[in-house]
Design a binder for this molecule. Structure first.
Ligand SMILES: Nc1ncnc2c1ncn2[C@@H]1O[C@H](COP(=O)(O)OP(=O)(O)O)[C@@H](O)[C@H]1O
Ligand SMILES: [Mg+2]
Length: 245
């Protein structure tokens, strides 16, 4: 399998708390993988380690075939990472925000205009290039944030709860955009079950442990549940992991 991402025995401890323990994952190129779990489950910590933003306590990670600790710089050039609290520059316009990220990622002038036009069209933000970030609706801000993280054509994109707090129509549009991206591997976290259904595979994480990892259809089938939500509840109840933190 041609893997974009491989993690084995991934563990993160904050003093006595094992925020992530013995996490194993393989994500093939081109897949949209959804990491689902309640608040405090360890989603952000996992994403931060996988995207080289934070070092693990134990375990090994390979990103695009590269070693996460020894080759972190090389990895960062080829991935995008949209943190949970990603903030745009509110006093910069849509276009200026895109330019800012193009500068940051050193996108060459020759491809910059084309890439910007493509992303603006793709996200339906083309009519709003002169609008300031602060004046965009929540859904438009998320789309702009996504565009900013795609400006350097990453091979692998990490999105941490990119649609949390956004209205259902905008969430659907955001996912239409994600599902329309080709050639990008995506690892996304979400608290929304309808979004989990749109992923090729989903992992359920709770108390730092990956309880299940499969296609939405297979997760439902194995749990004998009609919906992913019901499947996850059954899995959690059967897992013996105590609730709450
Ligand atoms: N920097 C930190 N220091 C100490 N504890 C942390 C830190 N970051 C996260 N945690 C704890 O690790 C656990 C997992 O957090 P997090 O990865 O943010 O979960 P999620 O993104 O699923 O809500 C939580 O109990 C959280 O309080
Ligand atoms: Mg989080």
């Amino acid at each position: 399998m041609d893997c974009a991402l491989e993690a084995s025995g991934l563990t993160k401890k904050f003093k006595d708390l094992a925020a992530v323990s013995q996490f194993n994952l393989q994500v093939p190129r081109g897949e949209i993988f959804g990491l689902v779990g309640p608040d405090g489950a360890g989603k952000t910590t996992t994403l931060r380690m996988l995207s080289t933003a934070m070092e693990q306590t134990a375990g090994e990670i390979r990103v695009l075939g590269l070693h996460s600790l020894k080759e972190a710089e090389k990895i960062r050039d080829r991935i995008g990472y949209m943190p949970q609290r990603f903030s745009l520059y509110g006093d910069l316009t849509v276009e200026e925000n895109l330019d800012f990220f193009a500068d940051l990622y050193q996108v060459p002038g020759a491809v910059r205009a084309k890439k910007k036009a493509e992303l603006l069209a793709f996200t339906n933000l083309a009519p709003f290039t002169k609008r300031r970030g602060a004046q965009l609706s929540g859904g438009m801000q998320k789309k702009l944030a996504l565009a900013c993280n795609l400006i350097h054509t990453p091979e692998l994109l990490f999105l941490d709860e990119p649609t949390t707090g956004v209205d259902p129509i905008s969430r659907r549009e955001f996912w239409r955009i994600l599902n329309g991206l080709t050639g990008v591997t995506i690892l996304v976290t979400t608290p929304y079950m309808d979004e989990a259904e749109r992923c090729h595979r989903v992992g359920l994480i709770r108390e730092g442990k990956l309880l299940v990892c499969d296609t939405p259809a297979e997760v439902k089938r194995q749990a004998g549940a009609a919906t992913l939500e019901e499947a996850f509840i059954r899995i959690v109840e059967g897992s013996g992991v105590a609730g709450g933190r």
